[in-house]
Ligand binder design. Structure first.
Ligand code: SF4
Length: 194
């Protein structure tokens, strides 16, 4: 066998080695990719997925009663940016809203109006009582002011303060989101739409 034949054999051996190595690498990558896809599969309940969607898309009714409402409006601006929590889409119609933020004192005259707006909101719906006046009448301990909006509608979260700042209201929304997620897929969540 001449030198040229030996060289050809050597090159063929090297090419075969390279082909084997590439095949091994591709097989390994294929295996790891299948493993990654396998590891990515999640299992959950439909109720939990619905709760997750609801908590991240709260639509508050455009509804303010007194000074607290200014802080509520501020929450939606770029500084506090309620959009980070999916709660910036204030709706002008209660039929498109699922969150009522009672921001301010509720007078006896306003209570039936508030109840009507609440009744017009579709289920499931939630209520945040914002500030001392809405939660307990605040400094207005008199016959003209309802001493707590929970006498008119069911309240899910109370935000204390006079007035509570936008960050306090955001904290209340985060607490409401936790409540929605905890209830998701349970009998309480089913009762809300019953
Ligand atoms: S809690 Fe204070 S800021 Fe809010 S409505 Fe009452 S008086 Fe105004």
């Amino acid at each position: 066998m001449g030198l040229i034949d030996q060289a050809v054999d050597l090159v063929e051996m090297k090419v075969n080695d390279v082909q084997e190595n590439v095949k091994d690498i591709l097989d390994q990558a294929d295996y790891e990719l299948s493993g990654a896809v396998y590891d990515s599969i999640l299992t959950t309940k439909v109720g939990k997925v619905i709760g997750w969607a609801q908590k991240n898309a709260l639509w508050p009714a455009t509804f303010g009663l007194a000074c607290c409402a200014i802080e509520m409006m501020a929450m939606a601006n770029s500084r506090w940016d309620a959009a980070r929590f999916g709660a910036e889409v204030f709706r002008a119609s209660p039929r498109q809203a699922d969150l009522m933020i009672v921001s301010g004192r509720v007078s006896q005259k306003m209570a039936p109006v508030l109840k009507t707006i609440y009744d017009q909101m579709p289920e499931p719906k939630w209520v945040i009582s914002m500030g001392a006046c809405a939660s307990c009448g605040g400094v207005f301990n008199n016959y003209a002011i309802v001493q707590g909006v929970d006498r008119v509608v069911p309240v899910d979260v109370y935000v204390p303060g006079c007035p509570p700042g936008p960050e306090a209201l955001l904290y209340g929304i985060i607490k409401l989101q936790e409540k929605i997620m905890n209830e998701a897929g349970t009998k309480q969540a089913a009762k809300r739409v019953a």
